[in-house]
Every structure is written in structure tokens, then in C-alpha cells.
Design a protein around this ligand. Structure first.
Ligand code: HSE
Length: 307
């Protein structure tokens, strides 16, 4: 049974899809105002009641019983984190993961901050994080399929909202402000849009890619330049040079025939290995896309726990 930590746009979509697509149930739901727990799992009717509560209102919903996170960890087996990222400390998620993993629970996350700041502290076979990078496109699974093949370089457009904004401005001629407003409405901008526009989000994804490939790295190691449109072929490019140990995110003018060009919320990643070059394109942001990746990881977590 699932403890859902965060109940915003992605959390609510995940809750709906969990009941529509799997036989699994939520046993705890927490938001910024507190949480509710039900030992035997919430019914679909109860989840619908939770879905109708305003943001931050779960603890006032009258559904289930009020509980602390510690109490929820006693009755749930899988923690699913869809809370907003805290790039200063990774908290409260970082401590929650450590506690959950040490008690034998599994953790599934879409929250990049704890991994970008302290990947090594929480890396575990019961930690699943596919939704943190490229949302609905399973890049992390692909990277896991590479060893012992050595990766030399990764280049990617890893931020869906800035790519969407630039496509709307340059291809469709809308104003920058209008494009930002659209991205916010679509739920693809981070709650603090500076995280996208100043490159923290794609830098965090690069760190997660590096660690998945076995290269210990943290957010502070990535050189970042803020997004600065420089004409129609500007892309916010994330680059990881594994041989040189260098990582960067910066706006660049890509050659018009560069295979990394992708529009709107599409992400693109090129992985150059010692024997191959692999190109992956797919949606990198969106509530449904992220929720689908979380669901797949949830099923994997349930499998590994044997429940
Ligand atoms: N803000 C992120 C993006 C959301 O624009 O890509 C998905 O990680």
C-alpha cells in the first residue's frame, strides 16, 4: 500500500491512475497541511473525496484518520514522493527516504532535489526514480541497460518547460510572458519557475543521469548559465563529459541539423558510448506522463517487496 507524499497536480493524477490502472491502494496522503491515514487503504470513494479538497486541505477532508508521517510509515510499504523540490537541503524528503529505506520500505520519487543534492546517501535497490528525468520517457531504464558498456558523453534537452516556452516564442510567435503563463497552466513549470529558467532543474537531471551511470556528482558540480534566448535555434543544452568529469547547462545555438532539436515539451538525449550513439526523444514533462512513470516504478517497488 502506498503513502503519497505531496498532493498537488501530479499527486492527484497519480492517485486517480493508481486506482484506475492497478489493484493498489493509498494508505496515507500528505500535503503541506498534514496527512491522513487508513490502515486498510482508502476506497475509491474516499480518494474522490480527497481529490475534491483544495490544495493543502487533506487533513481537513474528514477522510481517514489524522496521522503523523511516522505513523503512516508503520502501515504503508511504498512511499511515493511528489512534493515540491527543496534545492537548499532536500528536506523533508531526504530524511523521509532515509527513514523509509532503513525500515525496509521502498521509495518511488519524482522529486529531483534530494537526489541532486545527496544521491549517494539514498541510493538503494529499493529507491526508484525514473520519473525524475524525462518524465514519461524511461531514460533511467535505458541507462541501466548499458554497463559494462562505457559512456563517454551525454548531451540533452532535459527541461520541458523552457523548451516549450522557446518553441512557442520562436515557432508560434507568442510573447515570452504568454508562453510562461501557458507552461504554468500545463503544470510543467516548477512551483518556483526560476528553477527552470535558471537551469537548476536540468542540472539536477544531469546529476541524476551521472549517478545512474556510476559517476558520483552533485548539483554544485554542474556549471550553469541562465536561459537567454538567442534566436530560433537556441536550446537549453545539458552536457555531461564523463571522461573529463565536467557537467554544464547553458543556452546554445544548435546547428540546424543537430539531431537533438525537439519542440514543445519534448526532451531529447544523445548518449555516446565507446561503441554506439543512442538518441532518445520523448515527452519530458506533464502530469500524466510523470504519473505513468511513477506508476511503473510503483509496480517495480511492489514486485521487489514481494507484496
Ligand atoms: N519543470 C520540469 C521541466 C518538469 O520543465 O522539465 C519536469 O521535470
Amino acid at each position: 500500500m502506498i503513502l503519497l507524499f505531496g498532493f498537488g497536480g501530479v499527486g492527484r493524477t497519480y492517485a486517480e491512475l493508481l486506482y484506475q490502472r492497478t489493484g493498489l491502494k493509498l494508505c496515507g496522503v500528505f500535503d503541506s497541511g498534514g496527512g491522513v491515514v487508513k490502515k486498510d487503504g482508502f476506497t475509491w470513494e474516499e480518494v474522490k473525496a480527497l481529490l475534491s479538497t483544495p490544495r493543502g486541505g487533506v487533513s481537513k477532508s474528514g477522510v481517514g484518520g489524522l496521522a503523523s508521517l511516522d505513523e503512516a510509515l508503520e502501515v504503508c510499504q511504498v512511499v511515493v514522493d511528489v512534493s515540491a523540490p527543496n534545492y537548499d537541503t532536500g528536506e523533508p524528503s531526504l530524511s523521509l527516504y532515509k527513514k523509509a529505506l532503513s525500515r525496509g520500505l521502498a521509495v518511488v520519487t519524482a522529486n529531483k532535489a534530494p537526489l541532486a543534492l545527496a544521491f549517494g546517501e539514498v541510493a538503494h535497490k529499493r529507491l526508484f526514480y525514473k520519473a525524475t528525468v524525462m518524465a514519461g520517457t524511461p531514460l533511467v531504464d535505458l541507462l541501466r541497460g548499458l554497463p559494462p558498456q562505457r559512456v563517454i558523453r551525454v548531451r540533452g534537452i532535459l527541461n520541458g518547460s523552457t523548451n516549450y516556452i522557446m518553441t512557442r516564442v520562436y515557432k508560434d510567435g507568442v510573447s515570452f510572458e504568454e508562453a510562461v503563463r501557458e507552461a504554468r497552466e500545463m503544470g510543467i513549470l516548477e512551483p518556483d519557475p526560476r528553477l527552470d529558467l535558471e537551469g537548476v532543474d536540468p542540472a539536477a537531471k544531469l546529476v541524476i543521469i551521472a549517478n545512474t551511470l556510476g559517476r558520483g556528482m552533485a548539483l554544485r558540480d554542474v556549471e550553469r548559465k541562465p536561459l537567454e534566448p538567442r534566436g530560433p535555434v537556441t536550446r537549453y543544452l545539458a552536457q555531461l563529459d564523463l571522461a573529463g568529469g565536467r557537467a554544464s547547462v547553458e543556452p546554445v545555438r544548435l546547428a540546424p541539423d543537430d539531431p537533438l532539436h525537439a519542440d514543445y515539451t519534448m526532451n531529447a538525449v544523445e548518449i555516446t558510448t565507446e561503441v554506439n550513439t543512442v538518441l532518445v526523444k520523448g515527452k519530458g514533462a506533464g502530469r500524466a506522463e510523470t504519473s505513468m512513470a511513477l506508476l511503473n516504478d510503483t509496480l517495480k517497488a511492489v514486485d521487489i517487496l514481494g507484496i
